[in-house]
Design a protein around this ligand. Structure first.
Ligand SMILES: C[S@@+](CC[C@H](N)C(=O)[O-])C[C@H]1O[C@@H](n2cnc3c(N)ncnc32)[C@H](O)[C@@H]1O
Length: 266
């Protein structure tokens, strides 16, 4: 299944579940703080999903000159339009690697919550093209995909690996232990290679409750990613849920996200 189709298949459930997941509430809140919004700015919500990031942007600054919401999944965009029917958002169906030509003007800010590391490499240069000189792009990467360089892996990934190991029916293929592909150095190389300056970086630690974790893996995109190839989805989803229920500690787990502000120099 292609990446876009996975998001298409996840949109309906994401629409319902994502608003109650701590992770999306907290990551959107922090990224919008980092974006430094102000009246009159033109902003792109790149990878808008079902509209949570645009809602957070608009709540923080309702006097923007323009807000474009971009996603490559029509089903995600339909949900976002429903959720934000009252807001003057300009909707764009496009891949992150090719979105700038769909905007009517260069923009001052790009906000990408929970998608940057999924983009094709060309998206970084495309973000640069979309921005005015002095404009900035805030984005984040979760610890399963990011090496913080402190020797600590992802607690969430370890938890899910522990859970699936306890349920042999899920099979060894459900265990993920490939090293993360991203680090501060990789972000710097890719961003600076396109002309950006990494103006700020940081860590956001989010405590997930046991319910957050169970709900998160009810999203088909993430659940399917933990099932062995060929296993029927409904069976796999039931097994994964059972395994997680047994393994999740009462205090939940901490999920770390790396945050970045990339600036297009003047
Ligand atoms: C986890 S959701 C995040 C949605 C939203 N930002 C939020 O915080 O709820 C990731 C979104 O990225 C979109 N996406 C992934 N890869 C993309 C790409 N190459 N171009 C455009 N959108 C993409 C998916 O369709 C999905 O809507």
């Amino acid at each position: 299944m292609a990446e876009r189709d996975r998001w298409e298949a996840t949109a309906a459930r994401y629409h319902v579940l994502a608003p109650r997941l701590t992770v999306y509430r907290e990551t959107n809140r922090r990224l919008v703080e980092w974006a430094g919004l102000a009246p009159g700015l033109r902003v792109v919500d790149l990878a808008c999903g079902t509209g949570l990031t645009s809602a957070a942007i608009w709540a923080a600054e309702p006097r923007l000159a323009a807000l474009y919401a971009v996603d490559f999944s029509p089903a995600m965009l339909r949900s976002a339009r429903r959720r934000l029917a009252d807001l003057p958002v300009r909707w764009v169906e496009a891949d992150a690697a090719d979105f700038a030509r769909h905007l009517a003007e260069p923009v001052d800010r790009i906000v990408t919550n929970s998608a940057f590391w999924l983009f094709p490499p060309a998206a970084v240069a495309e973000g640069y093209r979309a921005l005015v000189p002095g404009g900035s792009w805030v984005c984040n990467i979760p610890d399963q995909d990011f090496d913080f360089g402190d020797g600590n892996g992802s607690a969430l990934r370890e938890l899910v690996n522990r859970a699936v190991r306890r349920l042999p029916a899920l099979g060894a293929a459900a265990v993920h232990d490939a090293p993360p592909q991203w680090s501060l150095q990789v972000v710097r190389e890719r961003a600076e290679g396109c002309g950006f300056r990494v103006e700020r970086h940081g860590v956001q630690a989010i405590r997930l409750t046991p319910q957050d974790i169970l709900d998160f893996y009810r999203l088909p995109k993430f659940c399917r990613g933990r099932l062995p190839t060929g296993m029927p989805y409904r069976l796999g989803a039931r097994l994964l849920r059972q395994a997680l229920r047994e393994a999740v500690p009462a205090q939940g787990v901490e999920w770390r996200w790396a945050l970045f502000r990339l600036v297009r120099p003047r």
